[in-house]
Design a protein around this ligand. Structure first.
Ligand code: SAH
Length: 351
């Protein structure tokens, strides 16, 4: 049993069951025993691999997409270039390398990373040591100026709340203690006005912090200009239980070994889109493979391939397939763009 499991069991025994959201927050971000505080999660030797870690082409496509939109919006002379949850900093490094040649872009950019983990901030500082970078803990600290932003696999680790439609109405899934171990239990019923009715057995997930964060971003973009690209696994309107743990690239029990494995849930793109559209224009939710193809990842892959052979070439071909193919990340991962109402949509999206 991990130290954090002991702490949470003790807390639950004293004060009663906690929501999945409270549990996720403790497991991921506990200052001493949290997952992002203590582990090195990302990469082949970690627990999961993300698109920017698979190939430099990913950051190149996103960087060019943002820079083109900056040009389309009249090249604002001061803007925030932000990333939410930058992991090891690889995506931002690729975006900056790719946009170096775009006249005026770097000079106008104020690079701000939104990162809750001090340990990962230190890793990002190393990766980005050629650049002037500032860190903030929350999006509410982003300046009131044009905002060009990426968020890759950030929204999936925000805390969710989960509800089941039972014969008593809607009941929240809580985490309690049973025989000295953590286990799921159902809370008393929630007021019926909270959700529309649904068949017995339906499970719904809500992510209040995702709605708050996307609203803050869309408000800034709507008022000052800019664009956001949000990429994650999820769907337009998912139902069902998507709460999961991953350790060493395989699924694990989310209630075991608190703080030692990554906890995520699928992103509800419809709720992000609905919240953002109050302030800004939102794109269609687009499959990652389609988006990357429209931005020209295949010609770029071919040009990089010309300089490779042997294992390096094989790995490069595999990476292109992983990012784009519908059986790999091409379909499961979705992209949503936010831009000011009336401004040109970022490239890669159908109007
Ligand atoms: N975007 C990176 C890493 C994804 S992992 C990549 O694609 O490789 C999730 C990242 O979000 C980590 O850097 C984690 O520390 C950060 N994070 C998680 N919850 C956060 C929160 N509430 N606020 C800010 N950062 C958070």
């Amino acid at each position: 049993m991990t130290k954090l499991t002991e702490i949470l069991l003790g807390q639950i025994e004293r004060s009663g069951p906690i929501t999945i959201a409270e549990y996720m927050t403790q497991c991921l971000l506990h200052p001493k025993y949290g997952y992002y505080t203590t582990q090195r999660p990302i990469g082949a030797g970690g627990d999961f691999i993300t698109s920017p870690e698979i190939s430099q082409m990913y950051g190149e496509m996103l960087g060019l997409c943002l820079a083109q939109n900056w040009i389309d919006q009249g090249q604002p002379s001061r803007f925030t270039l932000a990333e939410l949850g930058p992991g090891r900093g690889v995506l931002m490094a690729d975006i900056l390398r790719t946009t170096k040649a775009i006249s005026g872009f770097h000079q106008a950019a104020e690079i701000i990373l939104v990162e809750a983990s001090p340990e990962l901030q230190a890793v990002q500082a190393k990766t980005l040591d050629d650049y002037d970078v500032t860190w903030v803990n929350t999006v509410t600290a982003l300046p009131e100026q044009p905002l060009f932003l990426v968020a890759n696999e950030f929204f999936d680790c925000l805390p969710i709340r989960q509800y089941s439609r039972t014969e008593h109405g809607w009941q929240e899934h809580m985490i309690g203690a049973k025989n000295g171990a953590l286990g799921f239990i159902l809370a008393a019923q929630t007021p019926t006005s909270v959700f529309a009715d649904a068949p017995l057995g339906t499970i719904l997930e809500l992510c209040p912090s995702a709605v708050a964060i996307i609203s803050d971003i869309a408000r800034i973009i709507g008022a000052f200009g800019g664009a956001a690209l949000v990429i994650d696994y999820g769907d337009e309107n998912p139902v069902g239980d998507s709460f999961q743990a991953v350790k060493h690239h395989t699924k694990a029990d989310p209630l075991l070994n608190c703080g030692a494995s990554d906890l995520t849930a699928h992103v509800n793109f419809k709720s992000l889109s609905d919240a953002a559209s109050k302030f800004a224009q939102v794109s269609k939710v687009t499959a990652q493979g389609v988006f990357l193809e429209r931005l020209g990842i295949t010609p770029r892959a071919q040009s990089l391939a010309a300089g490779l052979d042997g294992d390096a070439l094989e790995n490069h071909i595999t990476a292109h397939r992983r990012l784009t193919h519908p059986d790999e990340m091409g379909h499961l991962f979705k992209v949503l763009a936010i831009s000011p109402k009336g401004a040109p949509q970022p490239m890669g999206f159908d109007i």
